[in-house]
Design a protein around this ligand. Structure first.
Ligand code: SF4
Ligand code: SF4
Ligand code: SF4
Length: 277
């Protein structure tokens, strides 16, 4: 049986020194980092128990052999590979419980000292995206390029990253409950950050709606890691079905979530009108 470690004993990703921000007006980067949920609130930091599985990829070291502990006989794992997060705008009431849960979890994990008494919603990897009259939640849809068309089946953001900082952490590696099980994570030691790069956010914005945001402490990229197969946001959502954790492929097809499509669908339902944007 693998050793069970407390969260605060788990090795944490090393923080990089802050890159000095260039002077000047409000750039698109500044706008991006200042948007999203956009509000800072006071939240009491919670502690989530977890196991360290293998070597955390965020340290920048090469992946090591899996040492995951198999669930005991008859015990189903709560960490599920091959699933996807789906949002239903019709069920969502805009309460932002998911945003708070995500921000609290990752801020407490990555920056326990800086966030001991305050919480900033910029740590969330799920955010409110504002359209005209309609808000929908936005997060990385785990979209992929098409091999037959683009010559690669990578995530677009990973394909453009000059530092290979956007990694897929295989099952048996990562930190249980935070990242792993075949979902993404950003190696913040490798990431050049919003001041020097942000290519991942730009490509995502071009075709989706940025599923990439930036850590307000070290200004490095962050993305939904599906909590390593057990999403905290889904558990925090009080509305049945607004956020769903479902198998990624149904009948052989992958369903991506496009925020603007949901916003327009909701607008039509609420106002009984198709608008020209
Ligand atoms: S961050 Fe954006 S481009 Fe990258 S996989 Fe997620 S949705 Fe796709
Ligand atoms: S901001 Fe970081 S993760 Fe994004 S493309 Fe640049 S180096 Fe890669
Ligand atoms: S699955 Fe986890 S990392 Fe992704 S948005 Fe939900 S709480 Fe945040």
């Amino acid at each position: 049986m693998a050793e069970v470690k407390r969260r605060d004993e788990a090795p944490k990703p090393t923080k990089e020194p802050e890159v000095e921000k260039p002077s000047g007006g409000v750039s698109r980067r500044d706008f991006l980092i200042g948007s999203g949920a956009g509000v800072a609130g006071l939240v009491i930091g919670g502690v989530v128990g977890n196991r360290v599985i293998g070597q955390p990829a965020a340290t920048g070291s090469a992946p090591v052999a899996p040492v995951a502990e198999a669930p005991a006989a008859g015990e189903a794992s709560t960490y599920l590979a091959g699933y996807n997060l789906i949002f239903d705008a019709v069920q969502c009431t805009g309460c932002n419980n998911c945003v708070v849960a995500c921000a609290e979890k990752y801020a407490t994990y990555l920056h326990p000292e800086e966030t001991a008494n305050v919480m900033n919603m910029e740590f969330a990897r799920i955010r409110t995206m504002r359209f005209q009259y309609i808000d929908v939640m936005n997060f990385c849809g785990y979209c992929t390029l098409f091999e037959w068309a683009e010559g690669s089946a990578e995530y677009p953001c990973a394909a453009v990253c000059p530092e290979d900082a956007i990694i897929t952490v295989p099952e048996g590696e990562g930190v249980e409950g935070y990242y792993g099980m075949g979902y993404k994570w950003i190696d913040q030691e490798k990431c050049l950050g919003i001041d020097a790069c942000w290519r991942c956010a730009e490509i995502c914005e071009d075709q989706f709606a940025s599923g990439i945001s930036f850590d307000p402490v070290n200004r490095k990229a962050q993305v939904c890691s599906r909590c390593g197969g057990d999403p905290e946001c889904v558990k925090a959502c009080p509305e049945f079905g607004a956020l769903k954790w479902v198998p990624a492929a149904r009948n052989g097809r992958f369903h991506a979530f496009i925020p603007s499509d949901h916003a327009e669908l909701l607008y039509r339902k609420i106002y009984n009108h198709v608008r020209e944007l």
